[in-house]
Design a protein around this ligand. Sequence first.
Ligand code: NAD
Length: 501
Amino acid sequence: MVNSFQVQDRFAAGAQYIDGQLRPGSSGKTQDVVDPATGKVVFSYETAGAADVDAAVAAARAAFPGWSAATPGERSDALHRFAAVLAERAEEFAYAESLQCGKPIKLSREFDVPGTVDNASFFAGAARHLQGQSAGEYSGDHTSYVRREPIGVVGSIAPWNYPLQMAAWKVLPAIAAGNTIVLKPAEITPLTSLMFAQAATEAGIPDGVVNIVNGLGKEAGEHLVGHPDVVMTSFTGSTAVGKRVAEIATDTVKRIHLELGGKAPFLVFDDADLEAAVHGAVAGSLINTGQDCTAATRAYVQRPLYDAFVEGVAALMSTLRLGDPFDESTDLGPLVSHAQRDRVAAFVERARGYARVVTGGAAPEGDGAYYLPTLIADAAQDSEIVQAEIFGPVLVVLPFDSDDEGIALANDTPYGLASSAWTRDVFRANRATREIQAGCVWVNDHIPIISEMPHGGYKASGFGKDMSVYSFEEYTQVKHVMYDNTAVARKDWHRTIFGDR
Ligand code: NAD
């Protein structure tokens, strides 16, 4: 375990990473980073103000001509080196991620960090495969082709639930395509994004290509989104803040990519493997203490399996080991903050008035921001606990009768990020994958992601894709180039302006 690095010493120069250098923020405000497992402050830093955002955007702008002119092969080489540096530093990243988020160390080590390394190596390869449409003589008299070009300085904003992976998802496709970037992580989890940017520099990615501003959403965030030299806003976070970000970005005519909240349905048909569904529901709802935008949050179970499913999930939930995130046997860490824990607890308290808490529903004694894995039954489809994003270790379970009803219920929230269908019947599975309105439908599993496949929402979960080559649609623009092939002064089509046929 790497516990030798002292965060305060490591970032003594400040928590802004601009033009390849750490520096302090100039807002005049200080932000604490708290270990949610203990409630202790592990780091304090001066947040970014408008001047720091301006400096970061200026650095990104200055780096753009050189980086965008690098060949795909050169960018690919740099990204391969980046992946190697991230892999070398794996244990340090896992430690810092668990410290600032309270994630069990086994989750940081086996999911967050390897996923980030894999993303970097995926984009190292993908950088060489940016494609435009093939050339052709579509008019007869001209040759047309499409150039796929980077767009410029990207401004990105990320949430606190997977800070390292969110930095990777924002930065890697943007820079693989030749853009430069200013990323604002969530203010309570600044550490691994800074380390990620430092690793980029160590890998030889030029100064100014990757910049990090750590500051408050209303201050640094809004200034970044409204900045006239930023051509695109890529935002991951809540739907409420996403709407605000979209408003500001629209005012300055920016390209917008929004990855917003989720309320994933988990649809269990009566022919499903019950044991698999029970395990899938517990793992899928409690990963990262339920602070996962794709987490299973609403289990709909066809009536014949309903009682056994509720009993099985409650029993399995009660076996999970809550504890010190750095203990390798800990299954469930605290929530990211005491404020988030209290928010989750308030949802459950309100639900007691109209639903039944089957298991959990309480915060254990102690200083950490822990909350017991919670299963809620007997809630109405239109109730808050079924409709709103809770972002904690809380699963709601509801019965359904016909397949039509199950699919309709699964689609009945404003969100559409992820979903799963549990069945051994290929026709039911195929129907569910067609009819569920979400950016991802898993069949007989829930949660796995992979660099080659797109991640993004339908409906109020946003638009645009992270990961995969589809993300290049966000981070590039296409240009039509058209050559005249006739070499005549008076072209045939000119007759529409002067002369006759
Ligand atoms: P949040 O919306 O509160 O904050 C996200 C980011 O926006 C933070 O960096 C914050 O500082 C910044 N911000 C806040 N107000 C702002 C403003 N006015 N202008 C500009 N920036 C502002 O979200 P959170 O609580 O950090 O994260 C949880 C949310 O993120 C959940 O809703 C979750 O579903 C969502 N999320 C979505 C995905 C996805 O891929 N769709 C992935 C992870 C998290």
